[in-house]
Design a protein around this ligand. Sequence first.
Ligand SMILES: Cc1cc2nc3c(=O)[nH]c(=O)nc-3n(C[C@H](O)[C@H](O)[C@H](O)COP(=O)(O)O)c2cc1C
Ligand code: SF4
Length: 432
Amino acid sequence: MVEELKILTGYCGRYNYASVKEYVSLGGYQGLKKALAMKPEDVINEVIVSNLMGRGGAAYPTGEKWDMISRIDNDPKYIVCNADEGEPGTFKDKKLIYNDPMKIIEGMTIAAYAISSKKGYIYIRGEYREGYYRLKEAIRSAKAAGYLGVSILGTTLDFDIEVVSGAGAYVCGENSALCESIEGKSGRPRLKPPYIKNVGIYGQPTLVNNVETFSCIPYIIEKGGKNYASIGTESSAGTKLVSVSGNVKNPGVFEIPFGVTLREIVYGLAGGVEDGNVLKFVQMGGASGACFTDSDLDTPLDYKALRSKRISIGSGAIVVADQTNCAVDYALMTMEFFLHESCGKCTPCREGNAQLCRILKNLVLGTANEKQVRHLENISQLMMKASSCGLGKAAPTAVLTLYSNFKEEFLEHVEGYCRTGSCNISRKKAVV
Ligand SMILES: Cc1cc2nc3c(=O)[nH]c(=O)nc-3n(C[C@H](O)[C@H](O)[C@H](O)COP(=O)(O)O)c2cc1C
Ligand code: SF4
């Protein structure tokens, strides 16, 4: 039976979130103390050696990102902790924000020292109201204890953090839209280049990392990058938080070392589907992630291994569907989300989402024809190629992968039949 490895979540719930004293008594702030005695470039080197990949979805090497920004000779530089967590099925950052906010603050402060920044923001999902207040309180306590503010721990480092509440738009999690939103503008993605590492908040260099990414930093600095890299697999270092939900007996957030198989996560930690039910598909990485069947469940949680199967770990969300779920209805639900969340700035995303929704809606109403079903693929391909930001590029992934795995089921809907009996077509039939 696979077990969790809690190097990131080990303090969760074990201290009062606003108590620096309790955090320190557990071993907190050792990473920052060690970092402040090192040269900034050596801190960055430890992060490079750790092989930490960003946990926000794109899996960009964190050390490389810090290194590039540290070399930009333009002040001020800003740091943003992306706590927007808008990806459906994802609730792992919430665990860290609510239960171990000091670690996020510590990670950001180490980053500030490494890249030479005096100002940080935590951009938090609007719905995490309690988290917003907890972060503010934790920041106040850290400041009062000399771990934030002017001359941190008696050194020349000055760094402060402001908490900004998001207003409920999924696209604001995209790093350039997030910068716009922090500036007080409408949260729409910018055209790139320039990239936000050069031109971010108020036109200044900006480092954006996810909550989980920053939370990994204190351990990496305290124990060393080599130690961190020795956990997990060769291509995927450390542990990963996964949020498992859907048709499983034991949903929740689990911290596991990379290398554990998806089957061990779904059946071991999350307890598998209810007795008598059969797993139909799993969606990984949130609404923008691929849907795959039981045959891929023996793949290890590993960036490279999953990429070879065209699966992205994304935010670490794992949503499980059993035989009672209609693949077409699930695709429709996903596309309705993206239609609602598209900012409308570029045509392929704005129109593509609407067209995919229309076809899928016709399918569950029993009014679609085979030609329209074939268009699902053409429209999706075009969106992936021509959309301006990651939202439009990734939006059709669920439709494409569900269509590829359950083509027969899609075509049955053209005939007016749903094998699960759970979508609108069945309700319509029942009424007739
Ligand atoms: C539409 C969209 C939504 C995103 N939402 C989030 C989010 O909620 N949280 C997050 O950390 N990253 C999100 N990202 C990824 C960020 O743009 C960015 O890559 C990430 O915050 C960088 O941090 P990392 O390097 O630590 O992963 C989103 C990207 C896109 C395209
Ligand atoms: S892809 Fe969608 S969300 Fe992104 S800029 Fe274009 S319309 Fe906006």
